[in-house]
Design a protein around this ligand. Sequence first.
Ligand code: ADP
Ligand code: GLC
Length: 484
Amino acid sequence: MQVLSVASECVPLIKTGGLADVAGALPLALAAEGVRMRTLLPAYRGVAERLSAPRVTPMDTPFGPVRLLEGEAAGLDLIAIEAPALYDRPGGPYTGPDRADWPDNAARFGLLGWMGARIGAQGLGGWRPQVVHAHDWQAGLVPTYLRLAGESRGAGEGADMPGSVVTIHNIAFQGLFGPETLAPLGLPEALFHPDHVEFHGQVGFLKAGLAHADRITTVSPTYARELLTPEFGWGLDGLLRHRAGALEGVLNGIDTELWNPATDPDLARPYRAPAGKRANREALAERLGLRLDPAAPLFCVISRMTRQKGLDLLLEAAPALLEEGAGLAVLGSGDADLEAGFGRLAAAHPGRIACVIGYDEPLAHRMQAGSDAILVPSRFEPCGLTQLCGLRYGTAPVVARTGGLADTVIDANEAALRTGAATGFVHDPDSAPALEQAIRRACALHRRPEAWRALVRAALRAPVGWGESAARYAAIYRDLAAPV
Ligand code: ADP
Ligand code: GLC
């Protein structure tokens, strides 16, 4: 089975969030299922240098001449689109150094979708995928361009097109652009219609993908249901209800080699058992200047700082955490007011609360290892990966009951504690009092060392890898590739 994955970010080359983790881990997990997955991504600044001895194919596109670089990096089979005028610049993949969206994002990701469809329809150097798997709005035009390519071939030949899958990692980001982008994108006027690419007078990249893909997936079963509601569907719930038969939630996993407390090179002391966390907690406290009560838990946060993540609720609930005698370590960056809020909180409680603004992967590993619990109070969370890393590191997740958080953490209620099933704490979303209560429940259980150790052991046993989900994706691809 041959599959082309089309993504705007991919670990270890370029990452702004969990999408990169998923795009980087899935090909490795799928290899065990007999799927060869190649990954198409833009050659942002620095990407080309990471490919070992790439094969170069020049190509003309509606977006100008480009070069395709086929090479390997970190075990991934990559195809990078080299188009310096679009991708070779400082800043992030979506925004400039001033944090504003790049003004030419329609062309930058139009090209990504166009190229995904072009390789899908015509192959590259004799290789042709049976399925093209597009991630999020940045790759959302793949199914539309595939459809156009199929139509231009006419009946008979058009049947020989690859299947398409679109995965929604976060419907809050939709890739909306003005109608004037239609022509430069090479999209016919007739497609500017609510049944196709139009979304309230704009060209919607994700909308187009959801309208035209053969199959739609999202990253947890609960989010798949939530997406059908006006509250979570961000205006696309009607279309998704219409396409509900093609929609499925497939839970994300994490790379359990990269996230392995027994072998993690970033840790002060790698560990397997709950007791092994102590030395890591001491090392973390020293690094962050925390002076903690050994009997009280240390909570952590590792997150983008945006409204989605509900961290403003944590600022409200912080007094309760302090009252319980607990500590807090925060790592993240994003909205200026949240950064400032946590900065002020840490300054007001030195030794008890530490805040590191920035993006720091080794520190993220050390915080997972050294903390007793990880807080993820998101208002919505398609899947969430940090709670999975928390489980893997025996760090009890305290999470809002939404999306993938609800699917991956078993609340420590009496029944779950008695059967030994509990792995964390689950609270009502979007409520500071509910978060506060969950923090208090965690602190109370932490005061019962035997019960706490049992919960940590259950967390360490929780399945967080790709096994079942990789098999599910492989089944979807096989379905699509089967001759009709
Ligand atoms: P999202 O994609 O919505 O940001 P996820 O939980 O799916 O949320 O993925 C976030 C990923 O980014 C995780 O791998 C997490 O460890 C990582 N991460 C987030 N913030 C930071 C940070 N400040 N430093 C290091 N890693 C971070
Ligand atoms: C998005 C979501 C997050 C999910 C990630 C990977 O960034 O916000 O919940 O884990 O994609 O699928």
